[in-house]
Design a binder for this molecule. Structure first.
Ligand SMILES: Cc1cc2nc3c(=O)[nH]c(=O)nc-3n(C[C@H](O)[C@H](O)[C@H](O)COP(=O)(O)OP(=O)(O)OC[C@H]3O[C@@H](n4cnc5c(N)ncnc54)[C@H](O)[C@@H]3O)c2cc1C
Length: 482
């Protein structure tokens, strides 16, 4: 008899969600993670009386999200999900170099007058917003999954609506932030489905106790339901016996189960943990060819006085959003003058996270997923310079500065097993050819092995996609075991 009904490798949001669903269905679950706590790419840490996430992170949709379902499953109250009124400030740097901004609440904004007023602050005349109105209407009525848009690049779709430059730049920059891929290779199906959910539920959700707090609560829920969560437990091999996944092995020994769910990434799982000899050469070639999303790199700024006023800020110009050509230019050293910035201040969502009078600001920008890429140091330097231009007080009030790059992300999440992969922000890229019907299947070709997390099974933005995958893959496992 197996030791466990299911083993889940990795306690990122995909892994903990699947583990919690299986445990609540009465399955005996072993959850393992190489880190000392759950959360993966959404880790929250404590240091010197301050709690903060390792990098800028916030969620969408704000309301009606799969996080609400996860909270309800594991018994967390609604107050865990924070959706502040003044959630986000968008700062657009105009052609004259002047910043102009507007604030967006976490609740949905469908009122055409408010949308016109927001873009009016960027100098966009109301009369030129007809294309935007048509695009919003199209997004609102997008069916469950608009399959006809799987092969249509989002940038091409946006260009069809003849949007004024600041509006196009706002939407393209948001697509870069939500999916961390080139806007001209992002499938319009993935983008519209996600934006439709944001339109219905708003954006800018955070979690009481830190963004990773729900992952930690989900891991505790698994333990309370008779499962075990092994921390600091790196899995080095997935055992295969009788032609099916039979368990895992690592420095702490072997564990056997009827099924194994891997949250470690499809490439590390197939190419390293199982071994390519267990799959057909065509499948291995497909797995090798999958492209990761870009990275998000930046710096944690510990401040001795509050400088930021809103929990989330996005800074961009008409040059900041990236398609593949602009990214290639940046990778070759030619960065936009005003890089795309995403800044969060966790204590502005949840004041209990930092002592009064101080702030930790998490500042990120787009970078390369390659943990060894020289592009990232330059991207971080430029992001800090741009932030200091906009908030000169940063010059005098930063008491500690901690850079984070693709190699730190890789060490908190997935291992590098193919060149230029490992430090990706999301998972495999939400790119044409890797989404919708072309997305890798969560049920692997090896019986008893499933992928869970951002590589398979779900859709949407980052953590939401991971949780969506967790629910769907757990349902698949339960269905298969009937
Ligand atoms: C800088 C940055 C900013 C981001 N900002 C946002 C944001 O604002 N909003 C948003 O929604 N998303 C954001 N994301 C993306 C989001 O965090 C991820 O898409 C999501 O958390 C991925 O979840 P996952 O379950 O797929 O996998 P992961 O979080 O990668 O979890 C995988 C887990 O598996 C474990 N693991 C891997 N290999 C092994 C092994 N061999 N043995 C044991 N354990 C193993 C890892 O330690 C990890 O805990 C951001 C990510 C980064 C890096």
């Amino acid at each position: 008899m197996s030791d466990w009904d299911a083993i889940v490798v990795g306690a990122g949001y995909g892994g903990v969600t699947a583990a919690a669903v299986l445990a609540s269905a009465g399955r005996r679950v072993l959850l393992l993670d190489k880190n000392d706590r759950a959360g993966g790419k959404a880790l929250t840490v404590d240091r010197d009386g301050t709690r903060y996430d390792l990098w800028p992170i916030a969620g969408g949709p704000a309301r009606g999200s799969r996080f609400a379902e996860l909270c309800s499953l594991i018994g967390l109250g609604e107050t865990t999900l924070l959706t502040p009124d003044a959630a986000c400030e968008l700062v657009h740097i105009g052609l004259d170099g002047r910043p102009r901004s507007f604030r967006v609440p976490a609740r949905p904004v469908w009122d055409p007058r408010r949308i016109a007023a927001m873009f009016g602050r960027l100098g966009v005349p109301r009369a030129s917003l007809g294309g935007l109105a048509a695009l919003i209407l199209r997004t609102a009525v997008a069916p469950g999954w608009p399959e006809d848009l799987d092969q249509v690049p989002m940038l091409e779709l946006l260009e069809r609506y003849r949007l004024p430059s600041p509006v196009l730049s706002t939407l393209a920059a948001l697509c870069n932030l939500l999916f961390v891929v080139p806007v001209d290779r992002l499938p319009a199906s993935e983008a519209l489905s996600t934006l439709r959910d944001f339109g219905r539920g708003g954006a800018g959700r955070y979690h009481a106790g830190g963004f990773g707090s729900i992952a930690q609560a989900a891991a505790s829920f698994v333990e309370a339901r008779g499962g075990t969560f092994l921390r600091g437990a790196r899995v080095s091999r997935i055992l295969v016996e009788g032609g099916r996944a039979a368990g895992v092995a690592g420095p702490a020994g072997e564990h056997r189960a009827r099924v194994v769910l891997s949250n470690a990434g499809i490439q590390p799982t197939v190419l390293r943990l199982v071994g390519e000899e267990r799959f057909t050469s065509a499948y291995v070639a497909r797995v090798r060819s999958l492209e990761p999303s870009w990275a998000f790199v930046g710096v944690r700024l510990h401040l001795d006085r509050p400088i930021f006023e809103v929990p989330m800020t996005v800074v961009y110009s008409d040059e900041s959003w990236l398609d593949q050509r602009r990214y290639d230019r940046a990778a070759a050293g030619s960065f936009p003058r005003d890089p795309l910035l995403f800044i969060t201040v966790p204590s502005l969502f949840d004041p209990s996270l930092a002592p009064r009078g101080s702030q930790v600001a998490l500042l990120g920008t787009l970078g390369s997923p390659d943990p060894g890429s020289p592009m990232n140091d330059e991207a971080i330097r430029r992001a800090q310079d741009a932030a200091t231009r906009l908030w000169p007080a940063l010059r005098d009030h930063v008491v500690r500065r901690e850079a984070f790059s693709a190699r730190h992300v890789s060490s908190a999440s997935r291992d590098q097993v193919v060149p230029r992969q490992g430090g990706e922000c999301i998972g495999i890229g939400q790119l044409i050819g890797q989404c919708g019907r072309s997305k890798p299947r969560a049920r692997s070709p090896l019986p008893g092995l499933y992928f869970v997390g951002c590589d398979a099974g779900g859709y949407g933005c980052g953590t939401h996609q991971a949780v969506d995958s967790g629910f769907r893959v757990a349902a698949m496992v339960l269905g298969d075991s009937q």
